[in-house]
Ligand binder design. Structure first.
Ligand SMILES: [Zn+2]
Length: 236
């Protein structure tokens, strides 16, 4: 037996016995669905707004009329100002509702405890007032650190980002420019971030274009985020 054998044995045992590195992995941050799935998730953030109605009624009416599955991420502040709209969205069977922080805070500047309260605010509100279990969470501004991911997981929520930015709240972008961006990036399994709080001047028009042209031309179908993540359909 070579002399260094015991050392090697120790080394191998040490490697085997060291617990797995904690916790935060990219797999816990969902940015897209399976690349083999012919689905795309249209997602709409409901961030709090200071001015205006805070709700894109025409967009929602279009989604409902065309039976387009969609996922909404509601902030706590938005929920408290939009009771009627919360109820309306929760009633639509092909809509999914997740949360988007209580006051739309910048998570990385907060302690883990503060982040937990920010995340839990709208989750509790939807549960107690609307009897809705919201299990999807999207951090405000898409900003997060390891604490955000770990707290989200500890609360039993799924951490949902996106892999296609529409840019719809940018007032300098035209509908054509937003559509051009989507044409470039949308593919199987995409999660597209948009806004339904009235900040997107062209969101309704862009969604119409997606539904009537881009998605059918690419044989893609809109799905909620949960359906997209569970999608095991082969490519058509
Ligand atoms: Zn937001």
């Amino acid at each position: 037996m070579p002399r260094y054998f015991p050392h090697m044995l120790c080394l191998i045992l040490a490697v085997l016995l060291v617990p797995a590195a904690p916790v935060f992995t990219q797999a816990q941050v969902v940015k897209s669905g399976p690349p083999s799935c012919p689905g795309v998730a249209l997602t709409f953030d409901l961030c709090p707004v200071r001015n205006g109605g805070g709700y894109d009624q025409e967009l929602i009416d279009y989604l409902i009329a065309q039976k387009i599955p969609a996922t909404f991420f509601m902030s706590g502040k938005w929920i408290t100002k939009h009771d009627r709209q919360v109820k309306a969205l929760l009633q639509v069977p092909f809509f999914e509702v997740g949360t988007h922080g209580e006051v739309h805070a910048h998570m990385p500047f907060q302690s883990a405890g503060e982040q937990e309260q920010e995340i839990l605010g709208p989750v509790r509100l939807l549960k107690t007032k609307y009897h809705h279990d919201a299990t999807l969470f999207r951090p405000p501004y898409g900003e997060f650190n390891d604490d955000t991911v770990n707290v989200t997981r500890a609360l039993g929520l799924q951490f949902i980002l996106w892999n296609v930015v529409s840019g719809d709240p940018d007032p300098t972008l035209t509908a054509i420019q937003i559509e051009g961006r989507l044409k470039r990036f949308v593919r199987k399994g995409s999660v597209i971030v948009m806004h339904a709080n009235g900040k997107g001047q062209h969101t309704h028009e862009v969604v119409q274009d997606l539904h009537q042209h881009l998605l059918p031309e690419r044989h893609l179908i809109p799905m909620t985020v949960s359906d997209l993540l569970n999608c095991s359909q082969a490519a058509p």
